[in-house]
Design a protein around this ligand. Structure first.
Ligand code: PRE
Length: 274
C-alpha cells in the first residue's frame, strides 16, 4: 500500500506517517511537495492513503487542507486521525550568532506557531515561507545568516546544526493529522464522524441544525466555519461528532440534518485517536 505525505523526509508529516504505520507491514511512503498534491494523490489514484495536517493547538486550522476537503475533494474520505507533539527547533548549517541571523525559512504553520519567539529574537529578519519545514532545513545549506524553523529529526537527517529548541510560543504543542482514502473507516465502537454543511441565511438556522445533535445527545468535538467562497458573510460549517455514520443514532442524526441544511456532505467516519 502506498501512503502519500508532505515531504521531503524529515517533516512533521513524516513523523505522523511513522506513528500511523507503526506495526503495519508492506507500506511504501510517497513524498509530495505541497499539501494540495498530497490530497490529490488520492483522487488521481497515485496512493491508497494520504496523511495531511489539519489543525494545530496553537495556530488552529490548516486552511488549505480544510478548504480542499470542503470544496474540491470529491471521492476522498477521512479514514483515520493521528495526533503528534510538535517541538520546533531553530536550525542552521554553520554556527551563527543570533545578531547575524537575517532570514528565517519555514512552513507558514510553523512560523505562526513561533510568532512571539521570532518577533522577540529576530525583529528585523526577513521571513520566507517554504512548502514544508524539511524544505526549509534543506534551504539553509551553505547560507550564512539564514536559519530554518523545523523538526529536530530534519536537522539530523540533513546534517544541520540545532541552535535553539522548543521555540514554539506554547510549549505543549500538538498537530492533528487526517488519514485520507477513497473509503472511510469501519465501525470500531470508538469513532468520530466529520461532516460539513451550510444552513439557510435566516434567524436560528444554525441553532436548528445543531439542535438535532443536542436532541439525540450526540457529542460534538469540533465546529468550525469557513467562508462559502460564494458570497461575503456566507459560511460552511465543519462539525466533528462522536459516533460512526453506520451507527443507528448517527444515521438518524444525518437524516434529520438533511432536512435542516442547504447542503450536507459526510467526510467520513474513523476511529478516534487514542
Ligand atoms: O512542514 C511540515 O513539517 C509539515 O508536516 C506541515 C505542518 C503543518 O502544515 O501543520 C505539520 C505540523 C506542524 O504544525 C507544522 C507544519
Amino acid at each position: 500500500m502506498k501512503i502519500g505525505y508532505l515531504g521531503p523526509k524529515g517533516t512533521f508529516s513524516e513523523e505522523a506517517v511513522i506513528k500511523y504505520t507503526q506495526g503495519v507491514e508492506n507500506c511504501e511512503v510517497v513524498e509530495f511537495n505541497t499539501i494540495p498534491e498530497v490530497i490529490n494523490c488520492i483522487s488521481n489514484s497515485l496512493c491508497e492513503e494520504a496523511v495531511i495536517p489539519i489543525e494545530n493547538s496553537i495556530e488552529g486550522s490548516v486552511n488549505i487542507a480544510v478548504d480542499m476537503l470542503i470544496n474540491d475533494a470529491n471521492g476522498i474520505m477521512i479514514k483515520g486521525e493521528v495526533i503528534i507533539p510538535i517541538s520546533h527547533c531553530l536550525i542552521s548549517d554553520a554556527p551563527v550568532e543570533f545578531k547575524d541571523v537575517h532570514c528565517i525559512l519555514s512552513h507558514q504553520q510553523a512560523i505562526a506557531q513561533c510568532r512571539e519567539y521570532i518577533s522577540k529574537k529576530f525583529p528585523n529578519a526577513e521571513i520566507k515561507a517554504t512548502d514544508s519545514t524539511a524544505q526549509a532545513v534543506l534551504g539553509v545549506k551553505s547560507k550564512p545568516g539564514v536559519v530554518a524553523i523545523g523538526p529536530e529529526r530534519a536537522a539530523v537527517i540533513y546534517g544541520m546544526r540545532i541552535i535553539d529548541r522548543d521555540i514554539q510560543d506554547v510549549k505543549e504543542n500538538y498537530t492533528r493529522f487526517l488519514v485520507l482514502s477513497q473509503k472511510d473507516g469501519v465501525v470500531t465502537g470508538k469513532d468520530k464522524t466529520s461532516i460539513v454543511f451550510s444552513v439557510p441565511n435566516v434567524p436560528g438556522s444554525l441553532y436548528n441544525a445543531l439542535g438535532v445533535l443536542a436532541n439525540k445527545k450526540i457529542n460534538m468535538t469540533k465546529i468550525e466555519s469557513r467562508p462559502s467562497r460564494k458570497k461575503l458573510g456566507e459560511y460552511v460549517f465543519w462539525v466533528d461528532i462522536e459516533g460512526h455514520r453506520e451507527d443507528e443514532i448517527v444515521k438518524s442524526v444525518l437524516e434529520e440534518l438533511k432536512g435542516r441544511t442547504d447542503f450536507l456532505k459526510v467526510l467520513g467516519s474513523y476511529p478516534k485517536f487514542k
